[in-house]
Ligand binder design. Structure first.
Ligand code: HEC
Length: 116
């Protein structure tokens, strides 16, 4: 059952990302404000301010972007790579093509401030 729930969440999100990619450059109205892009593209899994809802953490393994463990090892290149390519295990989709280069840069900079 848990596996099914996870599969459903992943399928739903994959659909969203496909939709985002189809209307290229329109995520958050094309905004390059990091917080705005995060709310539009990331908050559904990671929470409004980087702390995932318990259900997302439990079912999908979404990481807490405000925690000390992440903050101690976060850097621009790693975050940007994660946003572009997603996670190797397929649980987080890649946003290359769905977000513009400027949006990826802005959301990366925003993630570097989470938990401050
Ligand atoms: C479908 C849900 C989902 C969405 C949408 C999503 N993520 Fe994730 N994210 C995850 C999951 C799940 C992981 C953990 C992946 C793993 O197990 O490696 C993760 C991991 C990360 C990590 C690595 C954290 C670490 O501990 O190393 C970063 C950074 C990140 N996400 C940023 C973002 C940003 C920025 C966005 C929006 C552009 C975003 N995510 C959108 C689900 C999501």
């Amino acid at each position: 059952m848990r596996r099914l729930a996870t599969a459903l969440v992943v399928a739903a999100v994959a659909g969203t990302v496909a939709t985002l990619a189809a209307c290229d450059r329109t995520v958050a109205g094309g905004s390059t404000d990091g917080a705005t892009v995060f709310r539009a593209a990331c908050a559904s899994c990671h929470g409004e301010r980087g702390k995932p809802p318990q259900q997302m953490a439990a079912q999908l393994g979404v990481r807490d972007l405000t925690g000390a463990e992440f903050r101690a090892r976060r850097d621009r290149a790693t975050i940007e790579g994660q946003v572009r390519k997603g996670s190797g295990n397929g649980r987080m989709p890649g946003f290359e093509g769905a977000l513009t280069a400027d949006q990826i840069e802005a959301v990366t900079a925003y993630v570097l401030t989470l938990g401050d």
